[in-house]
Structures are given as C-alpha cells and as structure tokens.
Design a protein around this ligand. Structure first.
Ligand SMILES: Nc1ncnc2c1ncn2[C@@H]1O[C@H](COP(=O)(O)OP(=O)(O)OP(=O)(O)O)[C@@H](O)[C@H]1O
Ligand SMILES: [Mg+2]
Length: 436
C-alpha cells in the first residue's frame, strides 16, 4: 500500500475516530509497511477504544519488529496467560527469547511450540538453537580428546572409607580389564557392561565413582545427564549416541552416568514420548549391537533404582547392581580419620565416634565435623589461638546432627518387601535385618 492510500485511511479516521475496524486496518497497514512508530501510536489509541487484547497483539508485533525484544516478551507473557495455546503468540515469544539470547528459555518455548504443531520448522530457530547446542556438545566431545580434560580428580580409592565390596567389584569389572587388557584378550573375555550403584543419599556413590576415575588409567567421562536431556528436542538421542561413539573410539573409556534415574524413569511412567525415545536410545547404546562396546565401561549411580526401567538390568547392560549402604562402624571410623586428617585435632578416639554414629552417612559425618569446626572457631575468636578439636567436641556435634539415611530406608523397605521379585533388593532386607 502506498503513502497515498495511508493518507486516505487517516483522512477517513479523522471523520470517524471511533471506527475500530478502520483504525485496526490502518495500524496493520502501518505495521506491514514498516512505519512502526505510527503503528504503535494507532495500537495505543486502539487500547482505549477496543478489546485491549487486539491492541496488545499488534503492539507485540511492533515491539518485535522494532527489535525491542524485552518489551515484547513482557507483553507476550501477559497475553499468553489468556492465550496459552496460541501458536502465533508462542512463535513470536520463542523468537523474541532467542533474539534476546535467552537460549534456555527459547529452547523451552520452542519445545512448547512443537507441542502445538509438531511438524513446525523455522530456519532461524532451527539453525540458531541447534547450532548453539551442537557447539556446546562439540566442545564437550572435543574435550574428550583433550588430555587436560582428563584432569584426574585427586581422589583415589584410598580416600574412600570402607566400601570394600564396591571397590572390589569396580576393580574386577572396570579397573582390571583396563590394566590387563592382554590377559582378557588371551582368554577371549570381553570387557564391558556396567555397574549400577544404588543406595541412600550421601553414602559415597558419586564419591567412589570419582575415585574410580582417579584410579584408572583411562578416559573417564562424567556424563551430565541433565545437560543431555535439556538439550534440543530430538537431540538427546543424538547426543547420547555421540557420547557412546566417542567413547568407542577412545577405548578404554569409562562413562559415568550419575543420577541415572533422570534418564531411566520407567518407560511406562513416561507421559512424554520424547523421554521414551531417549531411554530406548540409551538401551541401544548400552547393547552396542551395531557397534562394539568392548572396553567401554559403564558406571551409573542412583538413589531411586525402583524408578529405573527393568530393561536396564538385562545382561550386558547394568549387569552388576550394587547396594551402597551407610558406612558400617569400621568404615565410619575410617571416614572420620580421612576427613580429619589435615585438621587441627588432639588425640581422637575414632572408635567411640564411630560407635556413636550408627546410620550416619559419609555426608553426615562431614556435616558433624563441620559443626565441630564452627564451634571450635567461635571459641577461638576470643583468644585468637586455634585449639585442636577433641573427641568431646565431635561427640557434641554428633548430638546436633541427626543421621539422614532413615527416610530413604522407609521407601526402600517397601520396595524391598513388595517389589523384590528377582531378589534385587535382598541386600536392603539384609541391611535392615528383615528375614524373607
Ligand atoms: N565412604 C566414604 N568415604 C569418604 N567420604 C565419603 C564416603 N561416603 C561419603 N563421603 C563424603 O560424603 C560426600 C557425599 O557423598 P556422595 O556425594 O558420594 O554421596 P552419594 O551417595 O552420591 O549421594 P546422592 O545419592 O545424594 O547422590 C562426599 O563428597 C564425600 O566427601
Ligand atoms: Mg551422588
């Protein structure tokens, strides 16, 4: 439309300023011809005249085209409270977020957009959001080849108190196959499969996995599941595949999936089919049917094994499922000893401390020590002289921190009693001294 016609429209409006359709028409024409300030003026006038939402819809587009994305987003959020399933608004919202560089929000908004219209494609968003994520992924995969990435955590098995059974299993299934690859080959034994650690919080699952990294002379990759899952729709599968592929090309390689229940929620529980695909992909990768998983060693940890799809437990997948209980008395003494090693202490009666901390997790013991230190610090302020910690200080701290594992066992007990078909949770029953 040319300036002449716009002029005529304006003239007409002068005679009937309350003609809403006419003003709306003018506003749209102005918007479409890029005369944004004038369009804004008209929509503002419409706000007073007509249904505010119509005017707001126009303003949103004006702000968007002006590149005023934050204003656009604010107004959209107001509008979308009433128009949740409005595709046009959702699209503008996604683009505005993207252009404002709120990438995480843009991805979420784009996912929502796909719920409204599954086959929707948009070059800018497809390119932009994917590229960024692929870039992050690229960086991560590149870092696999970068020796500095393998900054070994400076903890080893010797820093883990107790857990002898777990150490032994990890040694047999993960460390030995790497150290004695030739022997394994000679006997035609393939190294692979995975160990899944489960148990109450704070009892050292993550800690021992990190210590495994310090122990093995191999690539150790801590796979951040949430990073994978948060990524671009449909990309989760691809990401998983690439991680496994990279691991296969860099054997021996240990992949550690922490809090694996985030991924492995029972497929039946998954309302979103997207989640199902990720699990299936994970299973395919674990099986390594198309590709050989030899010397790709897998460690997983969870405190909700019952939420895991049973398919995870088939042979060749997580074929060792290990219960990591709270530390026993001996282990607690060891943990106290380890954690107090570089602190100012008098002569500590570790035996007594261990005896007084039944059901305390490793994390609880750390908390106890922390409390004792704080109190010691406070007491030192007046004198300015650091006094060593004594057994009684720690015993006092123990009274102030209750063990945190009980709650987990309340849940675990039920699963062990009522959903223990394959004897999977026998170790829990044994720990709780319940006879089958
Ligand atoms: N056996 C242990 N020896 C030494 N330190 C331990 C031990 N168990 C736990 N800890 C300490 O407690 C902290 C918490 O343990 P960790 O994070 O490994 O628990 P987790 O089992 O992974 O818990 P969650 O289920 O909540 O993830 C560790 O950082 C570590 O310092
Ligand atoms: Mg953990």
């Amino acid at each position: 439309m040319d300036d002449q016609s716009i002029h005529h429209l304006r003239e007409a409006l002068r005679f009937s300023p309350e003609n809403v359709p006419l003003r709306l028409h003018l506003a749209e024409v102005l918007l479409n011809t890029g005369r944004l300030d004038e369009a804004e003026e008209q929509y503002n006038a419409l706000m007073k005249l007509a249904d505010e939402d119509i005017a707001k819809r126009g303003l949103v587009k004006v702000f968007f085209n002006k590149g005023n994305y934050s204003k656009c987003i604010v107004l959209l959020e107001v509008l979308m409270e009433d128009y949740r399933d409005d595709f046009e608004l959702q699209l503008l919202y996604t683009k505005a977020l993207y252009r404002e560089n709120s990438i995480a929000d843009a991805v979420a908004a784009y996912q929502r957009l796909h719920e409204l219209q599954p086959d929707f494609k948009d070059e800018e968003l497809d390119e932009g959001l994917k590229v960024r994520h692929l870039q992050e992924e690229e960086d991560m995969l590149e870092s696999l080849d970068d020796p500095t990435f393998l900054q070994k955590p400076n903890i080893r098995f010797e820093h883990v108190g107790g857990m002898d059974g777990v150490k032994k299993e990890i040694d047999l299934k993960i460390i030995k196959p790497i150290q004695h690859a030739d022997l394994y080959k000679a006997y035609g034994k393939k190294a692979g499969g995975g160990i899944l650690l489960y148990g109450p919080p704070g009892c050292g699952k993550t800690f021992i996995a990190k210590a495994t990294a310090g122990e093995v002379d191999a690539k150790f990759v801590n796979v951040g599941l949430n990073d994978i899952l948060d990524m671009w729709i449909g990309n989760s599968e691809k990401n998983l595949n690439r991680i496994f592929e990279t691991a296969r090309n860099n054997t021996p390689c240990v992949l550690f999936f922490d809090e694996i229940d985030a991924l492995g929620a029972n497929r039946r529980d998954m309302k979103q089919s997207a989640g199902k695909h990720v699990i299936n992909q994970f299973l395919v990768e674990l099986d390594g049917v198309e590709n050989d998983n030899e010397n790709v060693l897998i460690l997983g940890a969870t405190n909700a094994p019952w939420h895991l799809d049973p398919a995870f437990r088939r042979p060749g997948r997580f074929d060792r499922i290990i219960f990591v209980p709270p530390p026993d008395q001996e282990a607690r003494a060891a943990i106290f000893t380890l954690k107090l090693a570089n602190k100012p202490v008098g002569s500590i009666d570790y035996h007594t401390l261990a005896a007084k901390t039944e059901s305390y997790s490793g994390a609880d013991i750390e908390a106890v020590i922390d409390i004792a230190i704080e109190e010691k610090l406070e007491a030192s302020f007046s004198s300015g002289i650091p006094k060593p910690m004594e057994t009684k200080d720690l015993l006092n701290a123990i009274k102030k921190h209750k063990p945190s594992t009980a709650e987990w066992f309340t849940t675990a007990r039920n699963f062990a009693l009522f959903a223990n078909d394959s004897g999977l949770y026998d170790d829990i029953l044994k720990y709780l001294k319940i006879k089958k």
